[in-house]
Ligand binder design. Sequence first.
Ligand SMILES: Cc1cc2nc3c(=O)[nH]c(=O)nc-3n(C[C@H](O)[C@H](O)[C@H](O)COP(=O)(O)OP(=O)(O)OC[C@H]3O[C@@H](n4cnc5c(N)ncnc54)[C@H](O)[C@@H]3O)c2cc1C
Length: 399
Amino acid sequence: MPDLERFRADLRDWLDSHAPKALMGAPGNELEGVWGGRKATWSDPDRKHWLELCAERGFTAPEWPRAYGGGGLSRDEARVLRQELAQRKLPPPLIGFGLTMIGPVLLQFGTEEQKQEHLPKVCRGEIRWCQGYSEPGAGSDLAGLQCRAVLDGDHYVINGQKIWTSYADQSDWMFCLVRTDPSAKKQAGITFLLFDMETPGVSVKPIPLISGSSPFCETFLTDVRVPTRNVVGQVNGGWTVAKALLAHERTMIADAFGGGAGIGKGRGIAGWAHDYVEFEPDGRLGDASLRHRIAQTEMDTRAFVLTTQRARDAAKAGHGPGAASSLFKIYGTELNQRRMELLVAIAGPQALGWEGAGFDERELDLTRQWLRSRGNTIEGGTSEIQLNIIAKHVLGLPD
Ligand SMILES: Cc1cc2nc3c(=O)[nH]c(=O)nc-3n(C[C@H](O)[C@H](O)[C@H](O)COP(=O)(O)OP(=O)(O)OC[C@H]3O[C@@H](n4cnc5c(N)ncnc54)[C@H](O)[C@@H]3O)c2cc1C
């Protein structure tokens, strides 16, 4: 039996005998699931068990080296793993910015000591990470950031403010951009560093949103002392690291939202249509324009998922996703917004509830997902910024 088929057969045996049956049929996506971390709470013991089982085999980070807690799988083996999980509708054992953002960046830019310290904890879901990039005066113009870090012996002392820090209140560590040379050209004076959120001087204030939740925080940094060994890459060379991480972030956002996983608890757009829209006796949906929109969105979703998979398979091992991630980010997020508008059109007034007995749980969730989707074309860099990157770095157009 060829090696890959042997791997698949062994994997099937293992999944059939170990994966919690109760989790089958509850697929999550990159944004819904177990984030881990020191503050994690476990309402579902199966999820905890599933994480521990997978972490033991390196399946939380299948392609990372075994030395850092990963599975050491080849790209083909990792694809087989994804296929077998999807076939059983099993959720990913662990999600979060450790796996999708800082982990890949540490593999590329981290020192051996940083890899040994952080990556195994990411793989085991012990530490949850947040991203300290945006500031009140630096969003699209990220390189204009002002958060200042001054060298004091073998520490940097940080003062400044970050904003829109997703889940800062639930996170254990932050990867952060700071200005270490205010006299240099703005991209050339930035350093990328890591610190524990329990370091004295870090304070976090959640920001309530239109969707009702508060994933965002303001993060205030006052005389926060960070050891110099926590600098990733070169001092004043953080812009290179920051851009590499953004490419991973954009890929993650595209994957998480573009594929439409979790829509209507896995029943897809057709499931919604069956519940809310009239069908002809011959089984066809009566409203031709709605029929067309559903077919188009389903086809675009399928094409998007296959294209991102193909791009992932074609990417050279060890190389980040690069500027092409902007293409997937813009398409995947705009597709998700189109999908959400379509679901609202299908469910009609039932998709516009906020609370109360007139709406069921799924409908109330749809309202919130629809509102949440408005942020898709802003987070990770707005669509306008992606277009600028595509023009310059993918198409090679002049400034
Ligand atoms: C859901 C969500 C999660 C987020 N999570 C995090 C996080 O965890 N950590 C973090 O650091 N940040 C986070 N952010 C912040 C995000 O990165 C910024 O909101 C984003 O980069 C845009 O910056 P801004 O909000 O300051 O808008 P601005 O930069 O003020 O932009 C305002 C408008 O001007 C346009 N514009 C600006 N410059 C240009 C230009 N050069 N060309 C054309 N148009 C332009 C923009 O496209 C936009 O429409 C998150 C945002 C969202 C929505």
